[in-house]
Design a binder for this molecule. Structure first.
Ligand SMILES: Nc1ncnc2c1ncn2[C@@H]1O[C@H](COP(=O)(O)OP(=O)(O)O)[C@@H](O)[C@H]1O
Ligand SMILES: O=c1ccn([C@@H]2O[C@H](COP(=O)(O)OP(=O)(O)O)[C@@H](O)[C@H]2O)c(=O)[nH]1
Length: 242
């Protein structure tokens, strides 16, 4: 078996990634693609926790335009992450990967509530665990939920999957002259307000020394490459050189 760089990771998937090319909702081809990426590291014996966003269905901030107060809009957004989690769970199970969901909001007839000790047991038993409903609180994001859960389960790294291949000096989607960092410190990300992840999430990771690897999910095999220690994307930690 190849040597793994990481034994326990937290994979952060944006909701948007689930929409695939359709741009909205849940795309079956994308679910299969994600399941294969996850399978490739489960096969290495890596423990995998996943936090998934809801932006493919609803973002709280956008509700305000339709007269939905932010806190209610955020609750809709959190429920969207539960829908995405269920879709991903069923796909992972169809790939024979044992998968559990734990939700930060209690919806007991559908998914288990978040119980840290139980989550740790699932991981140790080789189950993939999906943490749904973000932090359970409005005004937060699933990036912050990813940071929080990564700390709670002692994940060795957060793998932040995006459609760009790392952290840039500016949003590369908007600024073609932006340059990519191979490594950068949390402090530099905060100081330069680089919006690849929200600042609350970065601060939590900085305080608790959780490295973040920002990488392009659209390149097949990237999750496995990272777990095997290849330098992919941008590493955010305390020692980055910028
Ligand atoms: N400095 C930056 N470096 C890299 N990406 C950035 C930067 N600033 C903004 N971004 C954007 O952040 C996105 C990554 O966040 P992600 O969670 O995937 O997207 P979203 O929050 O839109 O679902 C990238 O797709 C990119 O367009
Ligand atoms: O702890 C959380 C996490 C998410 N959300 C809501 O859920 C939506 C979807 O999450 P996010 O935008 O982080 O998803 P992504 O951008 O990763 O798809 C957000 O817009 C918020 O409205 C929230 O209120 N609290």
């Amino acid at each position: 078996m190849p040597i793994r760089a990481y034994k326990r990771i937290l994979l952060k998937l944006s909701g948007e990634v689930l929409a695939g090319k359709t741009g909205y909702g849940i795309d079956g081809t994308m679910l299969d693609y994600l399941a294969k990426e996850v399978q490739s590291v489960v096969e290495l014996g890596t423990q995998v926790a996943i936090v998934i966003g809801g932006g493919n269905i609803f973002r709280g901030i956008h509700g305000e335009r339709r007269g939905i107060p932010r806190a209610s809009g955020d609750q809709i957004g959190m429920l969207a992450t539960v829908m995405n989690s269920l879709a991903l769970q069923e796909t992972l199970r169809s790939f024979h990967i044992p998968t559990q969901i734990q939700s930060a909001i209690e919806i007991r007839s559908i998914v288990e509530p978040f119980i840290r000790q139980k989550a740790l047991h699932y991981l140790e038993d080789g189950h993939v665990i999906i943490f749904a409903a973000g932090t359970g609180h409005p005004f937060f994001t699933t990036d912050t939920a990813a940071a929080l859960r990564a700390i709670e389960i002692n994940a060795e790294a957060i793998l932040k999957a995006t459609k760009v291949d790392g952290v840039y000096s500016a949003d590369p989607v908007l600024d073609p002259t932006a340059t990519r960092f191979e490594q950068i410190t949390y402090f530099e990300v905060l100081q330069q307000r680089l919006k690849v992840m929200d600042l609350t999430a970065i601060s939590l990771c900085m305080e608790h020394h959780v490295p973040i690897i920002v990488f392009n999910l659209n390149v097949a095999g990237n999750v496995k490459r990272i777990v095997l220690g290849e330098t992919i994307g941008t590493l955010v930690n305390n020692e980055g050189k910028g």
